[in-house]
Each structure stands twice: as structure tokens, then as C-alpha cells.
Design a protein around this ligand. Structure first.
Ligand SMILES: C[S@@+](CC[C@H](N)C(=O)[O-])C[C@H]1O[C@@H](n2cnc3c(N)ncnc32)[C@H](O)[C@@H]1O
Ligand code: SF4
Ligand code: SF4
Length: 306
């Protein structure tokens, strides 16, 4: 049995590594051809937070959303400016993930959707949600989702497992393209608080591979350099990742060079270690309602890597 499982893991990690290598080669060739043809490069994936906070409050959340005590939404004006700038730099973005925190908490979501679709007519736009507010997908939001081909991706946590079929029926009845995950019963933590990991090794087990993140006119290889502020604030830490942020409004920025930079390991990757999995749990009551059963160990790994 164990031998069978080990073989499966080896096979699948070989398959994943081969797939990633193939994708890297494809991307390099594609970039070279586009450059020759005077075309703009294509970015594979972009993530953007529609809210910093969340209504599910999963312990160990990769984005530290349960640590955000007050409602925090992005500026639509800044987003317009940033996404238009990205459309000057990139010919397309294959997939844009509107996420958070919980995106369905944002009342301006229809405007963010119009703006995203206008800037990138050929992108796959995915809305990543925990589904608690699925019935809020109505009116203007429903119209925006349908008319701009947005696909809703639901992460199915324990509180929503009994409502899975009801939610699927609701989306189908309203003509919403959707995908619902299998039940999520385990969550991982990965922060190496000592910052002693080898960045090159850390990116090989990265929990946010290729998740280029946009916020306030800046891009980074992953969401961590932006979200670390929530961790710092709550646990009174001072991990500084500011130097990983790339200003997209810098004049003369070259998309091909930018892409190369975005796949390099960052110095900050030394704060990431091997994922440690545990049972999924909810922080209840949430911190915003006075809950305190949360410790720095809920986000930091105990086994340090070199
Ligand atoms: C940060 S969430 C944001 C969107 C939405 N709130 C949700 O949960 O789908 C995006 C994705 O990251 C995954 N994620 C977040 N923290 C995680 C963790 N500690 N372990 C594994 N997956 C995690 C979630 O399951 C989800 O699929
Ligand atoms: S639902 Fe969970 S994983 Fe998603 S943002 Fe909220 S706390 Fe994080
Ligand atoms: S800091 Fe590096 S290793 Fe950690 S999540 Fe980001 S890209 Fe991955």
C-alpha cells in the first residue's frame, strides 16, 4: 500500500515537474517569437484582491485575511489605472483571478469586472470565493458575471459542504458558469519566521507558483510581499518585503524583462518553507468580533529548511 502511494507521489511530482518545464520552454519560445514580431508578451496569471478581509476566517489562510480586523477594499480608480497600464505592457493575461479575502463582500465588484474585461477582452476571468454569500450573485453582479464571461470558482469549506448542491443549482438556474472544488478538509502553513530558507529551494515548493499579484500600482512574483503587512501588524513583526514590489508605472518598462524578473526567486522566498498540513479549522469567533484563539504558530512552520 505504502509502496503504491510512494510510486504515485514520485510519478505525479515527475509529471508536475515535466509539465512546468514544458510550460517554461513554451513561454520562452512564445516570448522570442512575439518579440521578433513586435508583439507584446503574454502573462500567464494575475491575481488581485477584491477585499483584504474575509467572512470565513480559515485558520492558516495563505493571505492572512482572518488577521484583518476592519473592512478593507481596493480603490476602483487605482485599479482602472493599473489594469489599463498592464494592457499597455502585456498583449494578454491568460487568467485573471479576482479574489481576496472574500470578493463577494465587495459591492463594487461589477465595476471591477467591467474594467477587467475592457482591458483584457481575451482573458479568462475567475472569481475565487468561499461561497458563503453565493445568493448575493444577483442583479448587477449577476449581469456583469454573465455578460463578461466570468467563471466562479468555489473553494468548498466545511460550513458550505451541506449547501453544495443547493449552491450548484442556484448558479445553474441563473446561467452562471461555475466550478466547485472537492471538500477542503486540510490547510497548510509555510512561513519560516527566521527567514533561513534557501530561496531557490523555497520556490520549488512554492504555495503560490506563478501567482503574479497586483496591488496599488505594483506587481510581485506572488501575494506574500503585499500580504505580509497583515501578519506583521497582528503579530507585531517587521518582515520587510517592500523591495520585491515592481512599479508598473515606471516609464519604459519592458514587458519581456518584467516577465523574466517575475519568475526569478525573490530574496523574500527565504521566509517560505516546506508546507505543513493540518485539519482545516475556522477562527470562531473571528478576530473582528473579539476572537483571540490565534497564534503566530498557526502560520509558521516548525520544521525549518536550509
Ligand atoms: C486565499 S483564497 C481567496 C479566495 C476565497 N476566499 C477562497 O477561499 O477561495 C484563494 C485560494 O487559496 C487557498 N488557500 C488559502 N490558504 C490556504 C492554506 N493555508 N492551505 C491551502 N490552501 C489555501 C484557498 O483554498 C483558495 O482556493
Ligand atoms: S475563505 Fe479562507 S482561504 Fe479564502 S480568504 Fe477567507 S480565510 Fe482565506
Ligand atoms: S515568497 Fe517565494 S516561495 Fe514564498 S510564496 Fe512567494 S514566490 Fe513562493
Amino acid at each position: 500500500m505504502l509502496e503504491k502511494m510512494a510510486k504515485k507521489v514520485v510519478k505525479s511530482s515527475f509529471a508536475v515537474r515535466s509539465y512546468l518545464a514544458f510550460r517554461r520552454i513554451f513561454s520562452l519560445v512564445d516570448d522570442a517569437i512575439r518579440k521578433k514580431l513586435n508583439k507584446k508578451p503574454v502573462l500567464y496569471l494575475l491575481e488581485y484582491h477584491m477585499a483584504e478581509h474575509c467572512n470565513m476566517n480559515c485558520k492558516n489562510c495563505f493571505h492572512f485575511s482572518p488577521l484583518v480586523k476592519t473592512e478593507t477594499f481596493p480603490s476602483l480608480k487605482q485599479f482602472k489605472c493599473d489594469i489599463v497600464r498592464l494592457s499597455e505592457i502585456f498583449g494578454n493575461i491568460k487568467t485573471i483571478r479576482l479574489m481576496g479575502g472574500e470578493p463577494l463582500l465587495n459591492k463594487e465588484l461589477p465595476h471591477f469586472i467591467y474594467t477587467t474585461r475592457k482591458a483584457f477582452p481575451r482573458a479568462n476571468i475567475h472569481l475565487l470565493s468561499n461561497g458563503l454569500l453565493y445568493k448575493k450573485v444577483e442583479g448587477d453582479l449577476l449581469a456583469a458575471i454573465k455578460s463578461h464571461n466570468v467563471v466562479i470558482h468555489i473553494s468548498l469549506y466545511k460550513p458550505m459542504i451541506p449547501k453544495r448542491d443547493e449552491m450548484a443549482r442556484y448558479f445553474t438556474a441563473n446561467g452562471v458558469e461555475h466550478w466547485i472544488s472537492d471538500p477542503i478538509l486540510h490547510f497548510a502553513k509555510y512561513i519560516n519566521i527566521d527567514g533561513t530558507s534557501n530561496p531557490k529551494k523555497a520556490v520549488r515548493q512554492c504555495p503560490a507558483s506563478r501567482c503574479v499579484f497586483l496591488s496599488n500600482g505594483k506587481l510581485a512574483r506572488c501575494p506574500l510581499p503585499f500580504n505580509i503587512k497583515h501578519f506583521n501588524e497582528y503579530f507585531n513583526q517587521s518582515i520587510n518585503m517592500e523591495n520585491e514590489l515592481i512599479d508598473i508605472h515606471t516609464q519604459g518598462l519592458d514587458g519581456f524583462e518584467l516577465k523574466k524578473k517575475l519568475i526569478q526567486p525573490m530574496q523574500s522566498c527565504r521566509y517560505c518553507g516546506k508546507l505543513e498540513w493540518r485539519d482545516w479549522e475556522q477562527i470562531n469567533p473571528p478576530i473582528s468580533a473579539g476572537g483571540e484563539n490565534i497564534r503566530i504558530e498557526d502560520f509558521c512552520i516548525s520544521r525549518l529548511t536550509d
